[in-house]
Design a protein around this ligand. Structure first.
Ligand code: C2E
Ligand code: CA
Ligand code: CA
Length: 643
């Protein structure tokens, strides 16, 4: 209970313009009140009922104040409330000329004090007692008392109403206390729901709410409301190498520094900094008026995060990817703007050269497209809409087809073709890449069996493996199982892996690759020359072939520096007894150069584009007859041109 609201006694105000009646009140409510014998028993009952509030003589004790006019009564009530010692009861006479009548005084008193019990005391039956509740609500705090009254009657009524008042007040205080606790709890819960516990910054939920508010306010101000999202590159690496606590401390430091830079700068009070996701932060800035200001903002965010952080006594240098989108251009509501900023951020995360991406509308179509693909991909795999096309690889020495590479193609029911660069990463994100790999493997086995029936016994097929597949501990068993069920000669199957895939976890990859190689499957390194080559791994792995990345081949001219790269890779291959394939050979000039530089095989549009399995059979047939003569003569011509 609120201490200040707890009165020491039962405070009663009696109001009557007749001094005699006031005297009567004082007599029957006063401490000198002597009960006559007839009222002794009732007094005993009173004692039982209101024990605490009775004096040593067994009677209830009151602090009685009196007034002879309505106005004065209202003032007394107001003063009592001001002192936080309110009245429990006001006895009010109806007619008190020349001032306001009792009903008016009651109304004003009720305005001031919602708890006091008001007793209208009158000799007549007007106003009608049953209307009082309506006129001076609430009905349970207004009473009718008829004059003339018996002293004991008055005292009992006062005692009963004081008792009621005390329990009303206790209940009210308990409710207030409860409400306060609920409010505190709600605030605490909101803090949990809306703030990130590590950085104490607004979390994603609150950021969205804050952006809504900024957008609303932006209606009447100039400039755009900008959302900058930033992601710390390789944050998980920091967590893994320096420990979880260091990671947490780093996040806190980033949050602090961003807040200091953006929220505490003068004139930027409205800027909001928050933690958007695990290692993502958001900065919301209203009123950005020019492209220059926008660029300035994004670059300041980058510089803020890229200045070193002192963690565990070490200077940590971070790289950040940044995505920027703004209202109203990129979205009318907060969520749309955030979605655009996220799309821009993801673009930055993939593009190491440019860490800041400003959203543009083409990305919306990409996002929509990806969304559509995602909905279809799983069933496309299961229903065989994704199958391999095959691209031939030619031996540069004799012009023979030395093998084919299986390249996945997704042909949608409407006939549109989705390129692998769109659905392979998506399959990994969705966790269906193993399913896809298995389906491609089965299709390859099926096609190899068909070619075999058609007399093409020995076409080696290269299948691409992604990083995800190497994380699958059952990979070796899966491959062996599919090949043996399809009755396929395992020496016809090669697996292509990029250097980056291999290096991701060599300790896991190595035993798997050893196992596969021992089984008879060939291991080829794809896109060679672009990864973070540590050549030592080549000696440790059972690799047979290097495929020179097409980036080097496509730019080959007699005088280009890429000549030397290709030459070096070929020399390396020879030294390690590996065969070398040049990918992406598009022109006869490129073909001539890679051949001269010593590449064993060529793959590219110059020889053939990837094609469906049936078409490959026809192509091979034709190739054997007419094409082979043409191709071989082309090789001879090139040879002669060089000599
Ligand atoms: P990749 O393994 O480097 O495949 C070679 C890519 O170069 C293929 O693109 C091929 O069509 C293309 N190409 C071939 N010759 C030429 C040429 O002369 N000029 C040009 N400009 N391009 C040429 P594609 O089929 O779009 O495949 C792209 C990438 O998708 C592949 O690169 C590979 O990394 C991946 N991929 C394709 N199929 C699969 C698959 O079944 N599984 C996995 N994990 N990845 C696959
Ligand atoms: Ca490949
Ligand atoms: Ca390649």
């Amino acid at each position: 209970m609120n201490e200040l609201n707890r009165p020491s006694t039962n405070k009663v105000l009696v109001v009557d313009d007749d001094a005699l009646i006031i005297g009567e009140y004082l007599l029957c409510l006063g401490n000198e009140f002597e009960p006559d014998s007839a009222t002794e028993t009732l007094s005993d009952l009173e004692k039982v009922l209101f024990g605490e509030e009775t004096d040593e003589r067994g009677a209830a004790s009151f602090e009685v104040h009196s007034r002879n006019q309505g106005e004065a009564a209202v003032e007394a009530v107001e003063a009592a409330i001001g002192k936080q010692q309110p009245y429990a009861i006001v006895f009010l006479d109806i007619r008190m000329p020349p001032g306001m009548d009792g009903i008016e005084a009651a109304k004003q008193i009720r305005q001031l004090d919602p708890n006091v019990n008001i007793v209208i005391v009158t000799g007549s039956m007007s106003p009608e007692p049953e209307n009082l509740g309506r006129e001076i609500p609430p009905a349970d705090k207004v009473f009718f008392f008829k004059k003339p009254f018996h002293a004991l009657e008055c005292r009992q009524l006062a005692a009963a109403l004081c008792g009621k008042w005390h329990s009303d007040m206790a209940l009210r205080n308990a409710n207030e206390e409860l409400e306060k606790r609920v409010e505190e709890r709600t605030a605490a819960l909101q803090k949990i729901a809306y703030f990130d516990p590590v950085t104490r910054l607004p979390n994603q939920l609150l950021l969205i709410e804050e952006l809504k508010v900024l957008i609303e306010k932006a209606e009447d101000t100039a400039g755009d409301t900008v959302v900058v999202l930033l992601d710390i590159d390789r944050f998980s690496f920091i967590n893994e190498t320096m420990g979880y606590d260091a990671g947490t401390e780093l996040l806190r430091s980033i949050g602090n520094r961003l807040s200091r830079t953006f929220c505490e700068r003068s004139g930027q009070q409205q800027t909001v900094v928050g933690r958007f996701g695990s290692d993502e932060f958001a900065i919301l800035v209203p009123g950005v008026e020019s492209d220059v200001a926008m660029r300035d903002l994004a670059e300041t965010v980058r510089d803020t995060v890229e200045a070193p952080f002192l963690i565990n006594g070490r200077d940590l240098f971070l790289n950040a990817s940044i995505g920027v989108a703004w209202h109203p251009i990129h979205g009318r509501d907060a969520k749309s703007v955030f979605r655009c900023a996220e799309a821009a951020l993801h673009r930055s995360m993939r593009n190491l050269k440019d860490p800041i991406t400003y959203y543009h509308n083409e990305m919306r179509y990409r996002a929509r497209y990806k969304f559509d693909l995602e909905a279809e991909l799983r069933s496309a795999i299961v229903n065989g809409q994704i199958c391999p096309h095959y691209q031939p690889q030619q031996c540069t020495k004799n012009g023979d087809v030395a093998g084919v590479e299986a390249l996945a193609r997704w042909i949608r029911p409407d006939g549109s073709i989705v390129p692998p660069s769109d659905f392979i990463p998506l399959s990994e994100e969705m966790g269906v890449s193993d399913l896809l790999f298995e389906s491609i493997m089965r299709s390859v086995c099926h096609d190899v069996a068909v070619w075999r029936e058609n007399g093409e016994w020995k076409i080696p097929v290269s299948i691409n493996l992604s990083a995800h597949q190497l994380r699958n501990r059952d990979l070796v068993g899966l491959i062996k199982g599919i090949l043996s069920r399809g009755n396929i000669d395992q020496t016809l199957i090669n697996l292509e892996l990029t250097e980056t895939v291999l290096l991701e976890d060599l300790t896991v990859a190595q035993p798997m690759l050893n196992d596969l190689a021992a089984f008879g499957v060939g291991i080829h390194i794809d896109d060679f020359g672009t990864g973070y080559s540590s050549l030592s791994y080549l000696a440790q792995l059972p690799v047979q072939t290097l495929k020179i990345d097409q980036a080097f081949v496509s730019q080959l001219t007699e005088s280009s520096a890429n000549n030397r790269v290709v030459e070096a890779i070929v020399a390396l291959g020879k030294a390690m007894q590996l065969e070398v394939v040049a990918e992406g050979v598009e022109t006869d000039q490129q073909y001539a150069i890679i051949r001269r530089l010593g590449c064993d095989y060529a793959q590219g549009y110059f020889i053939a584009r990837p094609m469906p399995a049936e078409q490959l059979l026809k192509w091979l047939g034709g190739y054997e007859d007419t094409q082979s003569i043409k191709k071989r003569s082309a090789i001879i011509e090139i040879d002669q041109g060089q000599n």
